[in-house]
Design a protein around this ligand. Structure first.
Ligand code: ATP
Length: 217
């Protein structure tokens, strides 16, 4: 469903991704780990069409991302949750959800807490609730492929567990997910496949299934 073959990408003359190949089968969860600066967010940008690969192939549900318009990617069912929670703090929970085309009731069923807070300004909620809302905005679009940058960043373990319960349910419904994760323990518990992006020197990953090389060195 997500297929990258020998992808190179970067910023100007700085090459960040140096030959990344990765395959995420339909309805599975891949966690992407790696130290700061390894290129995880860069990979997310390439997948979502924000940054063009300089070489290599990026396929998403049969769509060639490098040649696709944002509309093509939306039609292929791609939804990205960028780092830093893309929500509108000055709008209510309900308004944030209504801006995405879809049925907010799906969300209130999955996260009753958001239902109770539908009239609260998003910016006045806790960090965990805001991440739940960011995640929910993606859910109402009924995505086929969900790419999430830093799902559990800064959140209490109980909230992380709640979000990952929904991740597993989505996978069972056939949604394909790539999730940038900070914590190896969480990633290995939840993901079908764990991918580490690192310079060769940093590797200590005998218990991880797949390793790819990125970095700016
Ligand atoms: P983190 O875990 O800290 O978010 P990351 O693995 O997501 O790190 P990236 O954000 O992809 O890493 O950054 C990889 C490298 O690319 C870094 O050295 C960063 O400084 C550089 N970089 C990122 N964005 C840009 C940009 N817009 N212009 C130039 N360099 C950039």
């Amino acid at each position: 469903m997500i297929e990258l073959t020998d992808v190179h990408a970067g910023y100007g003359r700085i090459e960040v991704l140096r030959g990344v190949s990765l395959s995420v089968p339909r309805g599975t969860v891949t966690a992407l780990l790696g130290p700061n600066g390894a290129g995880k967010s860069t990979l997310v940008k390439v997948l979502s069409g924000q940054l063009r690969a300089t070489s290599g192939h990026v396929h998403l549900g049969g769509v060639h991302v490098n040649d696709a318009s944002p509309d093509d990617l939306a039609r292929a069912g791609l939804c990205t949750i960028p780092e830093g929670r893309a929500i509108f703090p000055n709008l209510t929970v309900a308004e944030n959800l209504r801006l995405m085309r879809g049925d907010p009731e799906i969300v209130y069923d999955r996260f009753p807490k958001l239902g109770q807070r539908r009239r609260q300004l998003a910016g006045s909620m806790s960090g965990g609730e805001q991440q739940m809302l960011a995640f929910s905005r993606a859910l109402v679009t009924d995505p086929a492929v969900l790419v999430i940058d830093e799902l559990s960043m800064g959140l209490a373990p109980i909230i992380v567990a709640e979000l990952y319960d929904v991740v597993r349910e989505l996978a069972e419904d056939g949604v394909t997910m790539l999730i940038v994760e900070q914590f190896a323990e969480t990633a290995t518990a939840v993901a079908d496949q764990v991918v580490v992006m690192a310079d060769a020197d940093d590797l200590a990953a005998e218990d991880l299934t797949t390793v790819y090389f990125g970095g700016t060195r």
